[in-house]
Design a protein around this ligand. Structure first.
Ligand SMILES: Cc1cc2nc3c(=O)[nH]c(=O)nc-3n(C[C@H](O)[C@H](O)[C@H](O)COP(=O)(O)OP(=O)(O)OC[C@H]3O[C@@H](n4cnc5c(N)ncnc54)[C@H](O)[C@@H]3O)c2cc1C
Ligand code: SF4
Length: 244
């Protein structure tokens, strides 16, 4: 999805701002989802960009899609502005992906076709598969290594700090609602010519410590869980490393 980048003033607010100190109280306080905006100089716009401080769905949908969602259309009511609703899966699944890996594949194709210079995605810590490490992937291999969900709050937008001077002018951002809302809100101030968004649904999320509490209280062997999802049958589906 394209959204033009107007010329910027010589000294925009983010050029005078600094990321907040890690561990400090962020503006949304207890509601903060650690989306990463406040870990970048674009914290300068937090008051009007944070999903938990201000919600401007109608204006933001109109800016991104040319119109707001049709509330009389049930699919748009729940999923937002759309042209066509599809269900799809990869015929050759990517091993180790959350499902078949269609999200990663779209990221790979966006790079391979030259649509974008980089893909914002979430790798994992080398010490813990559930600890997210946001990155600007420049190669298909880097996108693929970010496959599978890290079901914890991920500061995706902290990588905005890496954009200036990176040579990245066209970006595909993969992310969940709170991250994407803040990203879209600051989009006109980013040093980008084009921004594409691949949004993921997210009903709830927790810190890494909260995830451990959740796993310890819901499954008999938390250490073997490699994947889980809140599903449309109102159950939580777990997958374990031993194939269960
Ligand atoms: C935090 C989170 C919660 C979700 N909750 C639900 C849910 O309750 N019900 C449901 O139906 N779907 C949920 N989803 C979406 C669902 O998991 C995706 O549709 C699925 O990942 C796509 O499968 P895939 O095999 O194509 O993904 P893959 O090809 O495996 O790619 C997964 C992508 O997720 C990205 N990612 C990983 N962790 C995070 C993170 N913490 N924040 C942002 N991006 C991340 C990676 O960059 C990667 O590109 C959630 C996704 C996330 C990230
Ligand atoms: S913009 Fe993101 S990091 Fe900042 S307060 Fe809001 S949710 Fe937290």
């Amino acid at each position: 999805m394209r959204w033009g980048n107007p010329l910027m003033a010589a000294s925009a607010p983010h050029e005078r701002a600094r990321p907040l100190a890690k561990g400090s109280v962020y503006p949304a306080k207890d509601l903060c989802s650690k989306c990463g905006l406040c870990d970048s100089r674009w914290v300068a716009y937090v008051k009007n960009s944070c999903a938990f401080l201000e919600q401007r769905f109608e204006a933001m949908e109109a800016a991104a899609h040319g119109r707001s969602r049709d509330l009389d259309n049930e699919e748009e009511l729940y999923f937002g502005v759309q042209q066509r609703m599809l269900t799809a899966r990869l015929q050759q699944p990517i091993e180790g992906a959350q499902w078949t890996g269609i999200v990663s594949r779209i990221g790979v194709r966006a790079l391979e076709t030259g649509l974008v210079d980089a893909v914002l995605c979430v790798g994992q810590s080398e010490h813990d598969r559930f600890t997210p490490v946001p990155r600007l992937a420049r190669t298909p291999e880097e996108v693929l290594s970010a496959r599978v969900n890290k079901p914890t709050l991920s500061p995706n937008l902290e990588v905005l700090e890496q954009l200036p001077g990176s040579g990245i002018r066209k970006l595909l951002a993969i992310g969940v609602g709170c991250q994407i809302q803040a990203l879209r809100a600051v989009q006109p101030t980013l040093p980008l010519d084009e921004l594409y968004v691949l949004g993921l649904p997210c009903v709830d999320n927790v810190s890494r410590a909260g995830l451990q509490t959740f796993l310890d209280s819901t499954v008999s062997s938390p250490e073997t869980v490699v994947h889980y999802e809140f599903m449309q049958d109102f159950r939580i589906h777990f997958r374990h490393s031993d194939g269960r």
